[in-house]
Design a protein around this ligand. Structure first.
Ligand SMILES: O=c1ccn([C@@H]2O[C@H](COP(=O)(O)O)[C@@H](O)[C@H]2O)c(=O)[nH]1
Length: 270
């Protein structure tokens, strides 16, 4: 089953648009993990098992693992998700982008080494840099469009022939790059108006929407402005607000509660 098929099936069967972000920061782990040499894997595994029922996708962010020299933990975590929660697809958030010959190796990194179902990609080197990802029709290619950070507009809003650059990215992805139907777009929850504009341009292309929770985006506004025609179309991603809902012994239960509350808030606006 392709990433897009798995995502659509998950949206329908689990009735959730929540993407659980996996961004390990050992300083925020509960005290019990201090003596655990495998803490990065163990903490994330517990979070995954506690929140899977509320998740339409998991999104590990690669830098959080690589900076800790925990690539092996990331490999085992994704294998754990596939083995124990096979209906929940995994998006590797690595924001890759390079000339085609190197991009081919980033494809291998995401899909062969880590066995992710989808990967985030930076489009600013142009189509040939994204083509090796696009060619993998079974995998998702989640392309940066209008990111959630405060400086997103510095470049993404630059005027190109009377329109902001991010709108041209959206149009190009939806009309040219999505031949296999395997593209999605990153649009931040912190930009409700831009979410509405991009949805109007791209039809039902799925959005990965980071920026609720710790970054302060309004989940209700995201849904109202950017849901697709059938009330889905969104992977609304939260990392810190779920992962670190508690640093006590109830960390897994608190994470599950945070994910469930986000799911319920989202569903109230669908
Ligand atoms: O525009 C973007 C693209 C990616 N991210 C990533 O999402 C999470 C957000 O974490 P929170 O704790 O929910 O704020 C993180 O991995 C970012 O690298 C983003 O925030 N914005």
């Amino acid at each position: 089953m392709s990433f897009m098929q798995a995502l659509r099936r998950r949206w329908q069967q689990a009735d959730t648009l929540v993407c659980v972000g996996l961004d390990p920061e050992p300083a925020k782990f509960p005290a019990a993990f201090a003596a655990d040499a495998d803490a990065v894997f163990a903490f994330n595994r517990d979070i995954v098992d506690a929140t899977a029922q509320y998740a339409c996708a998991f999104k590990p962010q690669i830098a959080h693992f690589a900076a800790l020299r925990a690539e092996d933990a990331l490999t085992r975590l994704i294998a754990h998700i596939h083995a124990n929660h096979p209906d929940v697809p995994v998006i590797l958030d690595s924001k890759r982008g390079d000339i085609g010959s190197t991009a081919q190796h980033y494809v291998g990194e995401a899909f062969e080494r880590y066995r992710a179902d989808a990967v985030t990609v930076n489009p600013y080197l142009g189509r040939d840099s994204v083509q090796p990802f696009l060619d993998r029709a079974d995998r998702g290619v989640v392309i940066l469009c209008r990111t959630s950070n405060p400086g997103a507009g510095d470049l993404q809003d630059l005027d190109v022939g009377g329109r902001p650059l991010y709108q041209l990215v959206a149009e190009k992805v939806a009309r040219d790059w999505n031949e296999h139907g395997n593209c999605a777009l990153v649009v931040g929850a912190t930009w409700p108006e831009q979410l509405r504009e991009v949805r109007a341009i791209v039809g039902d292309v799925p959005f990965l929407v980071p920026g609720v929770g710790a970054q302060g985006g309004d989940a209700g506004a995201v849904v109202s402005n950017a849901k697709s025609a059938d009330g889905t179309g969104l992977m609304i991603s939260s990392s810190r607000a779920i992962l670190y809902a508690s640093n006590g012994t109830d960390y897994a239960e608190a994470a599950a509660n945070a994910a469930r509350e986000l799911r319920d808030e989202i569903n109230r606006h669908r």
